[in-house]
Design a protein around this ligand. Structure first.
Ligand code: KG4
Ligand code: ZN
Length: 350
């Protein structure tokens, strides 16, 4: 009888303000999420208007162990039966990352398992890549647009676990600027979902905000000029007008970000032939961005894979999906050699 080749990992993600735990299994070429748990800290960080790293770390400590128990229970597997533990080692907030890595080290020691170090952004890449696919050769080369609170990047994915950064932001990340503009509009944290909701009632043509870097000739992004432009616009309004104009400002700002993202995707596609375009990261939950990218991909006749909304924000499933592949490719470390790294490039994981 033929034995099926099966790999099962427990995945841990704590780089920012979500504790994400999942059990992911690869059977032959098929990758399945057996269980997933995400504990969001949004309600805690709302009070401070942003993430305080030490507060995030304390919250990860509080919830991580019960979530691991639950994920294993839901998947119907014991720790001893796992092949490995995949964990986000970076980039992210150091105190938060350290909790996930420490948990992985303890469990790996207790169960005598290897650890698979995973880069946070490769998790985001795989959350889109594996949508409707088991990751076949036809998917590559893929052009990944990763837009989150910490990153805005175009990554060329030549094959599984092969990454090259071809564009990045020179200053703020797209999600970060959504959060900052939300604060200017007196909206609660996190700002992205609030702005997109408000924007639905406004006109995206009401204000002509700049589309920075759109003609820069390279694939980089920049959002500080746009942020300043929104700030000056708001400062020029009296209280009553400000309240009336909020929806238009939100819609016009959102459009400027989307235009800049789509322009660079088009530019990258004009320079090289890609089999697929991937969209992932927290900002990929933005409805308008998803819709506009679908139209652009249709015009350019390229296959588009967008991460399902529940996997756009940080989660353990995406770390497990890249983790099983990395494990099979031999990326394993012993428990006592794995360290978190707040600033590490995805290219060093190739
Ligand atoms: O990937 P993620 O959960 O965390 C990081 O790795 O940074 O991304 C969080 C970011 C936040 O800045 C949040 O405001 C943004 O994603 N975001 C959105 C939307 N939902 C979340 N931005 C725009 N539109 C949305 N619907
Ligand atoms: Zn993220």
């Amino acid at each position: 009888m033929n034995e099926e080749k099966t790999t099962t990992v427990l995945a841990i993600e704590t780089s920012c303000d979500e504790t994400g735990i999942a059990v992911v299994r690869k059977v032959e070429d098929s990758i399945q999420v057996m269980s997933e748990e995400v504990a969001s800290q949004i309600n805690i960080h709302k009070e401070t208007g942003g993430v305080v790293p030490e507060v995030a770390a304390r919250e990860h400590v509080r919830v991580i162990r019960p979530l691991v128990e639950k994920a294993l229970g839901d998947a119907g597997i014991s720790g001893e039966a796992l092949d490995a533990i995949a964990v986000t080692v970076g980039p992210g907030l150091m105190p938060a990352l350290a909790i996930g890595v420490q948990a992985a080290r303890s469990l790996a020691y207790a169960w005598d398992k290897p650890i698979v170090p995973v880069h946070h952004l490769e998790g985001h890449v795989y959350s889109a890549l594996l949508e409707r696919s088991d990751g076949s050769k036809q998917d590559f080369p893929a052009l990944a647009l990763i837009v989150s609170g910490g990153h805005t990047m175009l990554i060329e994915v030549a094959g599984h676990l092969q990454y090259k950064i071809i564009g990045t932001t020179r200053d703020d990340a797209a999600g970060e600027v959504f959060d900052k503009v939300a604060r200017m509009l007196e909206l609660p944290y996190p700002g992205g979902p609030q702005i997109s909701e408000l924007a639905e009632q406004g006109s995206s043509a009401a204000y002509q905000f700049p589309r920075p870097m759109i003609n820069s000739g390279d694939l980089d992004f920049s959002y500080s000029g746009l942020k300043t432009s929104v700030l000056y616009t708001i400062r020029g309004l009296d209280r009553v007008t400000f309240e009336q104009q909020k929806t238009d400002i939100a819609a016009s700002f959102q459009q400027a970000v989307i235009d800049s993202l789509i322009a660079k995707v088009k530019q990258a596609l004009a320079a090289k032939k890609y089999a697929t375009v991937l969209l992932a990261g927290g900002v990929a939950a933005n409805k308008r961005l998803r819709e506009e990218l679908v139209v652009a991909a249709g015009e350019l006749d390229v296959e588009l894979r967008i991460a399902p909304t529940h996997l756009c924000g940080d989660n353990g499933a995406m770390i497990g999906m890249s983790g099983v592949l990395a494990y099979e490719a031999g990326r394993v470390q012993q428990w006592n050699t794995v360290e978190p790294s707040a600033r590490i490039s995805i290219e060093s994981f190739v």
